[in-house]
Structures are given as C-alpha cells and as structure tokens.
Design a binder for this molecule. Structure first.
Ligand code: F6R
Length: 609
C-alpha cells in the first residue's frame, strides 16, 4: 500500500521526510521518491526498490529546501520502476498519490490528444498534467488542484507542490486516508499516523472530499466545493506500534476490517452495472478466444486454492464451461494434459509461490492461454502468464491470508461474469443483477464485521476445544475449508473442513459433545439439506455453531450459537460467510495467546520447495 509524507516548515525537510517514510516500511512498497521546493524550483529524486536505494540517490543529489513531499509506492498501474515511482512532475508541479483513478485511461487519451507527453505508466501522472493544464487558467495551485480533482473519479489521497507557490503543500482526500500533524513552526501530512507520530500527537484527520493547504503555520481546510472546514485536532495516544496497526491489536485483525475497502478497490472501475459488462480486455481473452475455451483449470495453494474452488462454481454457472481446480503442488508433480483450448487461471496473492509458478510452467508446455490472479504487480506468476487480473488488496502483513482471499473472490467473480458475457452464456440483465449485488457487498461486509463482539464471545466459549469440524455445501464448502485452515493456522487447534453431504461417509464418527461443528448455511438452494446435516450433528450431541442468513426459517432452534449473515444474492454469499470464520479463528487464537501475525512454522510467501 502506498505511503505519503509531507512537510512544510523551517527545517531542511529531506531527512525528516525520509525518516517518516521509514516508519511506513511495514506497509510494503516497491519504489520511493521525494520532491522538495529548493532554491531552483522543485527537484525530485526517485528510485526503485527499498529506501536504502533512495538514500543512495539522495546522497548523489541532495534536495535542499524546507517544504517537500515523499512517497513509497506499491505498484497498481505500471510496474515497479524508477519512472513509475512518485512524485510525478509536470511543469514544476510535483504530485504524489495513494489510491486509484478509475477513469485514468480516458483522461490520459484526452490529455495526449491535446499534446501532453507522459513519462510513466501510472494513473497518478494524469493528475500532474491536469493540474498543470488548469493552472494556466486558474493562476492558483489550489484552484488548479480543485479543478483537476473534479475531473478524476476514484479513490485518492494526494499531495501537490509547485514552484509557483513556495512554502505550501496542497493536499486532498477521497476514500484514502490522510492526516495532518501540527507542531510549532512546522506542519506534517501523511497517509498514516505512524509516519509522523514521532513529531506530534496533535492530528487532524481529513474527511472525504476535503482539500487542504499546509504551511509552516498550520492547516487551512475546505471542501472541494469551497466551504471552509474547521476541525479541532485530536490528541493521539497510540504507541508507535499501535499506530502501525491503526489501533487494532494485530495486523490480521486490521486486515479483516479492511475487507470492505479492498473489495471496493478491486471492483472499482471494472464493472458497469448499467450494461452488465466487466472491463477486463487486458487479460487477452476476446470474444472468439472466450468461445473457444473448452475447459478452465484453476491452480493455487492453501487459501488461494480455496478461492479457486469458489471460482469454479461461478465459472461453471455463469460461463457454462467445465472448470477444474488443482492444488498447484500436485499439478506440477504429474504430467497434466493441457489442451490449447484450455484457459489456465493461476491464483496467488503473492504471485511468487513456487508451486504455483512451477505449475504455470508445466501448463505452459500445452500452449493454453494462462491468466494470473495476483495481488503483487509484476510478480513472478503474472510475469510467467499471458495476462493478469490484479486484486487491489494492498500488502497483507498477517501471515494468515484474509483480505487477499476476499479480493481473489471478487476478481474470480468478475472473471466469471466477463467470460459469461463474452461466451454469450450470461445475458445482460442477469449480469446487471449480479454486478449490482457485488457492489452491495462492501456495505454488507461492514454489517457482518459489526458482529465482532458476539463472535469473540463465541470464540471464548469454545477456545479450549481440541478439534473443530467445519461444514458447508456447494459454494459454502470451500468456505468451510477456509474456516478450518484459518483456525488451525493461527490457533493450532486441529480443524477439518468437509462438504456437509460427505459427513455420513466418515467424519460423523468424530461427533460427540466435545466437538464444535461450524456450519456455513446461507439461505440458498442447499439450505434444506444442510438443515438435515445439522440435525445429524445434534442427534450425536455435537455443538452447532451456525452461520446463516438472517430470518432463514427453522435454523435458529437447531443451533447452540448463531451468527447472522445479511441477505445478499446467494451467488455472493462466500464473500460474507468467510468473515465470521476469520473473526472466529482470530479470537480463538487471541484467547489462547498465540503469535497471530506470525504463526509458528509458517511463512508469508512460500518460495521454497
Ligand atoms: C493461508 C495462506 C496460505 C497461502 C498459500 C498460497 O492463510 O496464506 O495458504 O494462501 O501459501 O500463497 P499465495 O496466494 O501467495 O500463492
């Protein structure tokens, strides 16, 4: 996730900005840069890689001056490189940006047709061009930024400085965090509290659609429509470590709560509810190619494998093409048959998992089209594939994957709709309904996350259990697998996930009064049958923890514990039902006092055999 730091004061700012960027390293980044208003205008230094690289570049080109902006970039549009690193400078105007401008392609086309020359592949550079163009008519950087922001759509936290207005940094926010830190004789701004907490605990948090100016005397704030805003600073009492976690006890918990935003970011700019279309032309599957597909093979490991299992249901239902899911470690170990009319989809949040990468290389021999679904731009698996559909979850720090899983689900759903439309198996009306339902998911996720207290209480009651069983049918079966995996990873409690229909073929022997059975039972087509499975568990004394749609008939009396899911399109229930399972695993582990963010024996990215 990108980081922003700004300083306006009397001190030489380059070392201050550099140190503040260091405080954001935990968020992950692939390049960094800084722009300072110096004696000769705005000067910039950027580098690909870690901050040490930026330090080396700065020692060759020091940036004297007392007003500046800095950035660490996590690539989303344009690969990690020095040219794509921020700040982007156009006509002496420097811009840093967190977030995504949805309409960057059309704006870029428009700017280029009026002569703008771009030096990067980023969506951010368009803002520098827009501000520069507006400055010639407005004459003021603040008004130019306001005009430019009226042209962009999407999420942003931005900071802008220009040679025409020394001593000031212009900042604005929409759906991406930005905070101003006040001190005597200097003002900071940053995307995250930890960056500037060392200097001040007096902070003003910007709200959506606000535009501010910082200088050495403080902050002046207004709305994008020009209404003055007065906001008292808050006194932040977080320790630096608490601040990194934004007040959450663990990164995993913070990431669980980030999921509504992550889904918004992953679908942003890619769906049109009005036409029922998904914009994914860049994956290299045109209508002819889509119609030629005879089979989709999804590959992944661990949590990504579970996402792929959900993807299989969606692809078969919407694109009407057989889909198979394979564990990448098994696929690479045999000699799979690959047909040129297969579509291979490799799912990997890190994009670096060696089993998935090797599986892609094995599939490559069969000359099928290979698509990567990954969270890290330009990582090894997308590079080895023919096309990539990126999730926009930002870096995930907790080893147990949470937000990357739901982002993968969102991407797979988009892929299924895209293929369905291109193959002619999914009509516009149904697609409009499905995409409309997807757009509602972030708000529904917030409702589920609002039940955390109750889920924590359930976790406490069952935290001393030795084993757990998780059951689900159809779309909820992979969610049962994922719930079991999360629990074992971070609480070290043995857990099994099963398709509920399989229970009578073996696992039912495990059930007694000491076995909590978590049943994922949204009110869908499998609901009546899963009620039958719950009865079977109860008849043998098992304790039943149910997740079901609020108001679903006949289930409450069967459960020892009940967690409500808001009603949604039944196709999309996995995006909601996994959240209570993440929270359950988290709170069981927290109660047991395990090392939640770095569970024993596990690595975040498995690049070894
Ligand atoms: C579980 C988890 C792992 C990963 C697996 C694949 O919480 O994170 O099971 O899902 O190692 O990793 P990626 O998605 O990076 O290929």
């Amino acid at each position: 996730m990108c980081g922003i730091v700004c300083y306006a004061g009397k001190a030489q700012c380059s070392p201050l900005i550099f140190e503040a960027l260091r405080q954001l390293e935990y968020r992950g980044y692939d390049s960094a840069g800084m722009a300072v208003q110096g004696p000769d205008g705005v000067a910039v230094v950027r580098s690909q890689g870690k901050l040490e690289k930026l330090a080396q570049a700065l020692s060759g080109h020091p940036l004297p001056g007392t007003v500046g902006i800095g950035h660490t970039r996590w690539a989303t549009h344009g690969k990690p490189s020095e040219l794509n690193a921020h700040p982007h400078v156009v006509d002496g105007i420097a811009v840093v940006h967190n977030g995504i401008f949805e309409n960057h392609l059309e704006l870029r086309r428009d700017l280029m047709s009026s002569g703008a020359v771009f030096s990067s592949e980023t969506d951010t550079e368009i803002l520098a061009h827009l501000v520069s163009r507006a400055l010639s008519t407005t004459g003021s950087l603040k008004e130019a930024l306001r005009a430019a922001l009226h042209e962009v759509r999407g999420s942003y936290a931005v900071a802008v400085l220009g040679r025409s207005e020394p001593g000031r940094v212009f900042i604005a926010k929409n759906a991406s965090p930005l905070v101003v830190g006040l001190t005597e004789g200097a003002t900071f701004a940053a995307s995250d509290v930890p960056a500037i907490l060392k200097h001040t605990n007096r902070m003003v948090f910007l709200e959506e659609g606000e535009l501010g100016v910082i200088d050495e005397s403080g902050l002046s704030l207004e709305t994008l429509d020009g209404q003055t805003v007065r906001r008292e600073p808050k006194i932040i009492s977080w320790s630096p470590v608490q601040a990194e976690k934004e007040g959450f006890k663990h990164f995993m918990l913070k990431e669980i709560h980030q999921q509504p935003r992550v889904i918004e970011d992953t679908i942003r700019g890619r769906v049109s509810v009005e036409t029922g279309q998904v914009a994914a032309e860049h994956i290299g599957v045109d209508e002819t190619a889509a119609k030629r597909i005879r089979r989709v093979v999804l590959l992944g490991c661990g949590t990504s494998y579970h996402a792929a299992l959900v993807g299989k249901y969606w692809i078969e239902a919407l694109a009407q093409v057989p889909a198979e899911v394979e564990l990448a470690s098994e696929y690479r170990a045999r000699k799979p048959l690959v047909d040129p009319n297969d579509l291979i989809v490799a799912v990997s949040q890190s994009g670096e998992t060696v089993d998935t990468l090797e599986a892609v290389k094995v599939a490559r021999a069969g000359s099928a089209h290979i698509l990567a679904i990954a969270n890290v731009l330009d990582s090894a698996i997308p590079r080895a594939a023919d096309g990539a559909l990126y999730t926009h979850a930002g870096p995930e720090i907790g080893v147990a994957s949470t937000k990357c899983f739901t982002a993968q689900l969102a991407a797979l759903f988009l892929l299924a709709v895209f293929l369905g439309r291109r193959r002619g198996t999914l009509g516009a009306e149904k697609a409009m309904e499905l995409l409309g339902g997807l757009l509602e998911i972030p708000a529904l996720m917030r409702i589920v996350l609002g039940q955390e207290e109750g889920i924590a209480a359930i976790a406490k009651r069952y935290a001393s259990s030795k084993d757990f069983l998780f059951l689900g049918r159809t779309l909820s079966y992979p969610i049962a697998l994922e719930g079991a995996l999360k629990l074992k990873e971070i609480s070290y409690i043995h857990a099994e996930g099963y398709p509920a229909g399989e229970m009578k073929h073996g696992p039912i022997a495990l059930i007694d009064e000491n076995l909590p059975v978590v049943v994922v039972a949204p009110h869908d087509e499998s609901f009546d049958r899963i009620l039958g499975n719950i009865e079977e568990v109860r008849a043998r004394g098992g304790k039943v923890i149910c997740l079901s749609t609020v108001g679903a008939p006949g289930i409450d009396r069967l459960c020892d514990e009940k967690i409500d899911l808001p009603s949604s399109l039944s196709e999309l229930s996995p995006l909601l039902s996994v959240l209570p399972l993440q929270l359950l695993a988290y709170h069981v582990a927290d109660f047991k006092g395990t090392d939640i963010d770095q569970p024993r024996n596990l690595a975040k990215t498995v690049t070894v055999e």
